[in-house]
Design a protein around this ligand. Structure first.
Ligand SMILES: N[C@@H](Cc1ccccc1)C(=O)O
Length: 530
């Protein structure tokens, strides 16, 4: 249709030289002339396209026209209130007269009320006894005629006074409009063939460029948005969390291995070998290879002993120890597996060994020494460590659960730490994440005592939601590693996906992680802080 309208403009110009008033055109596809507001909008598109090619020039004229209100439209269709009153009444000869009540029932109380007054004034109807009858044989419903005239022409021949009266009656409202005068442009032709937009090799070799007409540059056009990369929301939140840890003096632990052994994922953490979390319904096991290399022999012996027989002040689980269970390979179910391996390395100097990686991490973490000063001779170095990485659980997947997610994990190892230190740390950490309102609830983990679940008040959901799990690691876990008795370690695990979903208003985790993530969402996700 756009092409047809351009053609109409060019043909009309060809015939008449100019178009004085575009409202006189009859648009193809429209029965009416182009006088309507919409008609002029359509014309404007065609004029802009032609003038950008210098085929026409045009000037714009502003007009004020009128359109009908919904009441006006109803009058245009059904007649004025007074006319409807008159039509509903019997003529003098017909009788019996209609009572006002009967009239209301017939045409509605509103129309009846308003219409009667005007019908009396027009001398169209008259009272007879208790009822009403027609006074005239025929009427001229000028209001309806006016409405129809405004509807099709946007104005009234009768002039401004009549229009003002109709505006006062709220039957019409003014509307700004425009129309155009069109002249031939410097590139005028009657052909709407699209001009070339690119100079091609073919045009250059054939010489066609000499006669081709080219589209002009439009320096006012906004460029195409560049297709740059974007950061995935999860990566952005991960970066923020990482920065919080770094500014609190934590060093980042290496957590590269997704595959761990039952030993590091569970045994070293004093999780009993019969614990339900270790069953296949909850944990993914590897079939090939299915068993791990042997863990450090001495440590392995101490861990199996504390499980089976106790020690370090514990009575143990008193259940038979299984080497096979300990050597199973699996996808780690929590990054606490990596924390355990790291803590074991951190305790190296306490065991009289050395571990350069642990030395470096300890040296990089800023700590607040609470107990004895360093150089106690037991080799312990305090450390504050964190990691943010993936974990895997054999879950039934739904809108808020996937079989893999990210855990934010941290440990603080120092002498004489207390539960108050852990709570204090949590308050500061979550405050930095924008969650000021947090609560703690006693919980149970095989590797921590006491254990605390952390709840934050979610202002949009208006309820308390669990945001993390934490606790003080048990002596049954720390002492076999070689830590002195007065060294305490607290740890915690926090999900990364939940806070990200809350922040970005994502209700289905599959739009955040996996192959269904819409790339546009990633490109458009704003970089905002908690
Ligand atoms: N491993 C726990 C988190 C945790 C880490 C360290 C100490 C206590 C709790 C979890 O997956 O929920």
């Amino acid at each position: 249709m756009a092409e047809a309208i351009q053609q109409l403009i060019l043909d009309t110009l060809h015939q008449h030289g100019t178009i004085k008033d575009t409202r006189t055109l009859t648009l193809p596809g429209y029965n009416e002339p182009a006088a309507t507001h919409d008609g002029q909008i359509i014309l404007l598109g065609a004029l802009n396209s032609l003038s950008s090619r210098d085929m026409v020039t045009y000037t714009t004229h502003e007009t004020m026209s009128h359109v009908l209100t919904s009441e006006g439209s109803s009058i245009a269709m059904n007649g004025s209130h007074e006319a409807r009153v008159w039509s509903a009444l019997p003529s003098k000869e017909q009788r019996p007269p209609l009572t006002p009540k009967e009239l209301e029932r017939k045409i509605g109380s509103e129309v009846a009320k308003i219409g009667q007054g005007r019908a009396f004034k027009n001398k169209w109807i008259v009272k007879e006894g208790d009822g009403l009858v027609r006074l005239t044989e025929s009427i001229d419903d000028t209001t309806q005629k006016d409405m129809r005239e405004v509807d099709s022409t946007g104005t009234l021949k009768a002039g401004e006074k009549a229009l003002a009266e109709l505006r006062k009656r709220k039957l019409i409202v003014p509307k700004k409009g425009q129309w155009f005068t069109v002249h031939k442009g410097s590139n005028f032709s009657t052909s709407t063939a699209k001009p070339e937009t690119d100079l091609t090799v073919d045009m250059l070799t054939s010489g066609a460029w000499k006669t081709a007409s080219f589209k002009k540059y439009n320096f006012d056009a906004e460029g195409m948005p560049t297709n740059g990369g974007g950061f995935h929301p999860l990566l952005k939140v991960r970066e923020e969390v990482r920065n919080i840890f770094l500014e609190m003096g934590f060093a980042e632990m290496p957590t590269s291995s997704f595959v761990e052994s039952g030993f590091w994922c569970f045994d070293s953490l004093f999780v009993p070998q019969q614990h339900p979390a270790r069953e296949v319904q909850d944990t993914f096991y590897l079939s090939d290879p299915s068993t791990s290399l042997p863990p450090p022999a001495d440590y392995y012996a101490r861990v199996s002993k504390v499980h089976e027989h106790g020690g370090f002040g514990s009575s143990g689980y008193r259940a038979p120890w299984s080497d096979a269970e300990s050597r199973k390979l699996l996808l780690r179910t929590h990054t606490t597996a990596s924390s355990a391996a790291m803590l074991y390395k951190l305790a190296a100097r306490c065991r009289g060994e050395d571990d350069l990686e642990a030395d470096a991490l300890a040296a990089h973490s800023g700590t607040t020494r609470k107990g004895k000063e360093s150089g106690d001779g037991d080799g312990f170095r305090p450390a504050k460590l964190f990691s943010i990485d993936r974990v895997f659980r054999n879950e039934t997947m739904d809108a808020t659960h996937l079989a893999e997610f990210h855990q934010v994990e941290g440990v603080v190892a120092d002498r004489d730490l207390t539960l108050a230190d852990l709570i204090g740390f949590m308050r500061v950490f979550f405050k930095k994440m924008g969650l000021e309102n947090i609560r703690f609830k006693p919980a149970y983990n095989p590797y921590t005592e006491p254990s605390l679940e952390i709840f934050a008040f979610h202002p949009q959901l208006r309820k308390w939601v669990e945001v993390g799990n934490s606790g003080m690691f048990r002596p049954e876990m720390l002492e076999p590693m070689g830590f002195p008795k007065d060294v305490h370690v607290h740890g915690w695990g926090i999900g990364l996906e939940r806070p990200t979903m809350i922040r970005y208003g994502i209700s289905n985790i599959r739009t955040l992680v996996g192959h269904k993530v819409p790339i546009e969402n990633v490109e458009k996700s704003p970089a905002v802080r908690f």
